[in-house]
Design a protein around this ligand. Structure first.
Ligand code: PXP
Length: 240
């Protein structure tokens, strides 16, 4: 299991004043120096946080895994192939949403992904990951498409407002992880994870590899600094 830090919200803070500070590139370096295995960013169509120039700078400076999270538009596919990150995570993207609101609906996107998106990445060496809710039908179709990994959407688990709802969501994630693993794909997870719910998730859900954490980690770092915050997450994941 390894930690990938999503640095989008360092860019959010930078963009608030239109100046160059704080730098997501510098933040990525601190996270890696503190022991994170890699960095995630989401280049959105509206460029609300990460900008094109950040992507090329991150490609130059990140030493570990670079995970390019994006909607499967022709524009993003072109940029991603130029940048050649280790991993490309495809997500649904809505203009009005504050953050990614759920996984891909594989029934809706399957034909397009099979005919346009996956062939575009063939022979690029970029590993593909699909952001999915733990629905058996979606996972089945992801395997049929030939993706390398599935990132399980942990948002419903993270936002559960009762113990029983949290247990229900955990059970769905457990089953989803088993299914993804059985079908020969890597199990990643992310969304809404924090220092409180991460231990619960990793104690229950098997086969987890890349854990992608952004908002809670960047927010906590305002009080603790990035190095201490990253190390606190790594302590939870130690030996797993
Ligand atoms: N994984 C995916 C696919 C995401 O869209 C996001 C949010 O950008 C994350 C992980 C990280 O979520 P959070 O910022 O809530 O930790």
């Amino acid at each position: 299991m390894q930690l990938l830090v999503n640095i989008d919200h360092v860019a959010t803070l930078r963009n608030a004043r239109g100046e160059g500070f704080p730098s997501p590139i510098e933040a990525a370096k601190i996270c890696e120096d503190a022991g994170a295995a890699g960095i995630v960013f989401h280049l959105r169509g509206d460029r609300r946080h990460i900008r094109d120039e950040d992507v090329y700078e991150l490609k130059k400076s990140v030493q570990g895994i670079l995970d390019f999270e994006m909607a499967a538009t022709d524009e993003m596919i072109r940029i991603c192939k130029e940048v050649k990150p280790e991993l490309c995570t495809l997500v649904p993207e809505g203009r009005e949403e504050l953050t990614t609101e759920g996984g891909l609906n594989m029934k809706v996107v399957y034909d397009d992904f099979e005919q346009r998106v996956f062939p575009a990445f063939k022979d690029t060496g970029i590993l593909m990951s699909l952001f999915l809710d733990p629905n058996p039908e979606d996972i089945e179709l992801a395997a049929k498409l030939g993706t390398d990994a599935v990132e399980l959407h942990t948002g419903n688990f993270a936002n559960a407002t009762s113990k029983s709802e949290q247990l229900h969501e955990l059970e769905r994630l457990q089953k989803g992880a088993e299914q993804i693993h059985k079908l020969g794909m890597t199990v990643n997870a992310g969304h809404g994870l924090n220092l409180n719910n991460l231990p619960v998730l990793i104690n229950s859900v098997p086969h987890l590899q890349d854990i992608s954490i952004g908002h809670a980690l960047v927010s906590q770092s305002l009080f603790w600094g990035l190095e201490r915050t990253v190390k606190a997450y790594l302590e939870i994941m130690k030996g797993r």
